[in-house]
Design a binder for this molecule. Structure first.
Ligand SMILES: C[S@@+](CC[C@H](N)C(=O)[O-])C[C@H]1O[C@@H](n2cnc3c(N)ncnc32)[C@H](O)[C@@H]1O
Length: 273
């Protein structure tokens, strides 16, 4: 796997994404976005940039057997992993390899578009938002999550800072790119420009219980595009990064348990009519 700022992960990396990142950080936030979209039984939902499908699977439970759910991702490895996971009760999920800029859904057929931590990785965001606006029903909604600035996310900030100093900024950018679209004014302007103007934007903070950090940090790094750069440096350098993150995160430890706050924008858009 090479360092990539667009999270185009190969199959082994997509599996690591599912086993390492989804249970601890991305899964809880994907589910929080689905809750924010307030899905109802019988609705149709599309998870754009679904990755391994955390939002799609949770949405399938909520819309139930009368509903429909699709997951769309440009990365075939992510979709392969999504398909390989056990089915969840509720709606059957259809999986599609496609770019968000050309969604396979028919116009005005979707009640809720879900887009969890994806837009920041797209150099061209407008075509994807125009597509979301095209497929959503006039009465539907588009729910988007984007991390708040990295300085508001102490674990990510500390990790990126340590990787940048001990390895180099070109490796750190593999995680830093997840915070490339965090400014609320920039987000609002872009949504208004594509006719998704009726915007409700809140900051969701989840205090996530972390596994033992000395083991989790290297696994986490290897499940991101920073993995290749991390594997090239000496063990002592790797250990220095892990030690630094553990030391700085000790402030979030109580009775041997570490619970760290993570913050993301949750944005609900209605189509402008
Ligand atoms: C950080 S992951 C988030 C995955 C998932 N939504 C989640 O919350 O776990 C970003 C995802 O966006 C996908 N992605 C990036 N650019 C895309 C595009 N142009 N069209 C569709 N998916 C894209 C990547 O392949 C990756 O799966």
């Amino acid at each position: 796997m090479t360092t990539s700022t667009k999270w185009q992960l190969a199959r082994a990396a997509a599996e690591r994404y599912q086993t390492v990142l989804t249970p601890v950080i991305l899964g809880p936030f994907a589910e929080a976005l689905v809750d924010f979209a307030d899905l109802q039984p019988g609705e149709t939902a599309v998870d754009v940039g679904c990755g391994t499908g955390a939002a799609a699977r949770y949405a399938a439970r909520l819309v139930g057997v009368a509903g429909q759910v699709a997951g769309v991702d440009v990365n075939a490895s992510m979709i392969e992993v999504a398909k390989s996971l056990p089915a969840v009760p509720g709606a059957a999920i259809s999986w599609h390899v496609a770019t968000a800029a050309e969604l396979p859904q028919v116009a005005q057929t979707v009640d809720a578009v879900l887009c969890a931590q994806v837009l920041q990785f797209m150099p061209e965001k407008q075509p994807a938002l125009v597509e979301m606006q095209r497929i959503v029903k006039p009465t539907g909604r588009v729910a988007i999550s984007l991390w708040t600035p990295i300085e508001d996310n102490p674990y990510f900030f500390t990790l990126v800072d340590a990787v940048a100093r001990h390895i180099g900024p070109e490796t750190a950018v593999g995680l830093q790119s997840a915070f490339a679209f965090s400014n609320p004014d920039d987000i609002r302007s872009l949504l208004q420009a594509v006719g998704l103007g009726q915007v409700e934007m809140v900051i969701a903070q989840l205090d996530l219980p972390m596994p033992e950090l000395s083991a989790f940090v290297p696994r986490h790094i290897r499940a991101t595009p920073m993995g290749a750069g991390f594997d090239k440096v000496a063990t002592a350098v790797q250990q220095a990064i892990v030690d630094e993150v553990c030391e700085k995160m000790a402030q979030f430890e109580t009775n041997g348990r570490t619970q760290i706050p993570f913050r993301s924008h949750m944005i609900l858009c209605k189509k402008e009519t």
